[in-house]
Design a protein around this ligand. Sequence first.
Ligand code: HEM
Length: 552
Amino acid sequence: MPEINSSTLAFVVTLLEAAGVRYGKLDIARVSRNTLVNGDYLPYIAIFATNFLLWVTWRLIYTTFLNPLRNLPSPPNGSIFTGHGAAVFGKPPGVELHSWVESVPNDGIIYFRSYLNQDSLLLTGPRAFADVLQRNCYDFEKPPQLRTFLGRVQGDGLSVVEGGQHKFQRKILNPAFHIRHIKDLYPLFWEKGHVLVDALERSLTAGRSSGVVEMTEWASRVSMDIIGVAALGKEFGTLSDPEHPIMLQFKELFEFTTEGAVYFALSMVLPQSLIEWSPFFKKPKETMGPGVQRLRKAGHGMLEEKKARRVSEDVDILSVILRSESFPDENLVDQLITFLAAGHETTANALTWACHLLATHQTTQTSLREEIRTAGLLPTAEVNAAKFEALPLLNGVINEALRLFPGAPILLRECVRASTIQGQYVPRGTQVILCPWAINRSQQLWGERASEFVPERWIDTNDEGTSKPNNHGGAESNYSFLTFLQGPRRCIGENFSRAELRCLICALVGKFKIEMANPEEKIVTAGIVGLKARDGMHLRLTPLLNPEALSS
Ligand code: HEM
């Protein structure tokens, strides 16, 4: 820790003097000068102790008699100093909150204290979600610290802005992500799926019948190439060039390190200036400072490139937005970085988890391969959205991967004006926790097998034995599946990523038998923003004979 030396103290004294700060009858500046000159720390200690005592007494009175949330059910055994804060930021993400959902009897809301004694609510029931995500959506914003943090990368992009600004941006951006437009992107996703398959095959050791790959890395590269072309009209080619600058920049930004996680967690509870001033966190500071500047510079370059070309017929998302002529250049860069940040790792992680689930459920994998081949989805096939969307098991596998491993396992909101949830008064400043990990696995919402991989729950079979996909998974409410959230702030890229996943999974399963490299390995999840396998996802791939070659 840096020492508080006499010049720092002198600076503080000058500020206090300038501000004329007093503590009752005590002139703080005079006391401080005494401390400085005479080394007399006693008044400081006395002031601190009095303040602390007053605060503890006030909290006791408030918590016991006044807090309007005090009668809500709470989890047991919170620490007197940190409450249950560790449950939110602790590892693995969402697991402890899930245990509350299953074990604390409640009617949709659980109350607890988080770090710095912050009043917090964990939502568990559909009615509570409907209020926070739909009805009173703009009363519950992303916490200011989180927005500041995100804003350092994404500026005033869609996922950072709130209220009227958000409504305006969303209205302009929605058409670019509309399902009609996404359908046009299938051939591109399919083609990239085969570039991935070819690159993987080349990477397997020559002459061997199978080889091991680290899937997180490959998924990240293919999703970067896809978002580059489909969202920005830019060919990054990271599948052939893993050292592409954009890849390195994002890798740095999303790489999971303990130092980065602590830096992020502290940024949520302490003033950012204090963290930047501290001598710690050299690497995260470099990433979030000069690293982000480099990324934004690259964003400006991409925008200029795009504008220099004719965009009137391009189908990429940036072209659609440019044609609307609604955003100034700086904000276009914000949106562009937002799409890269929000749409790249999330889909890559979902693809990785889907492969993991298929690797650990061989029977499902074989049936899926059968389904893909019966549908004629061969590498050279002409494809369209309908061919993929009709496949029941594919739909089930993707939904289960998204349900069991939601890209954002925990999301934070803060009540910015007094509001209500299920008729419960919620004071301004209350923290609200949305935990897709816990809700997507809630036994009350999904039944006894909530935490198991059951693709069949997404398939309807009629009396004649014909199967077709359903989009509810047997759950009664839309609010049981929170991977993309719901309401006005629901993920704008959901259709985009579902289409991408359909094509990539079909390409992979059509070509390879997928197994865990080490079937005994216990996979540990990590990451609050971007749920990954902590130690990577090592898969054994065995190329299968191409059915086109078999039939010729
Ligand atoms: C499996 C893939 C994905 C998952 C799990 C996912 C998840 C989410 C979630 C949970 C949110 C809400 C965050 C919050 O409000 O706190 C969100 C918002 C957002 N997502 Fe996605 N996302 C995925 C793919 C994509 C893609 C492919 C794109 C863009 C091409 C994208 C762009 C966005 C944007 C711009 C927002 C902010 C929307 C708003 O606030 O109005 N996402 N996403």
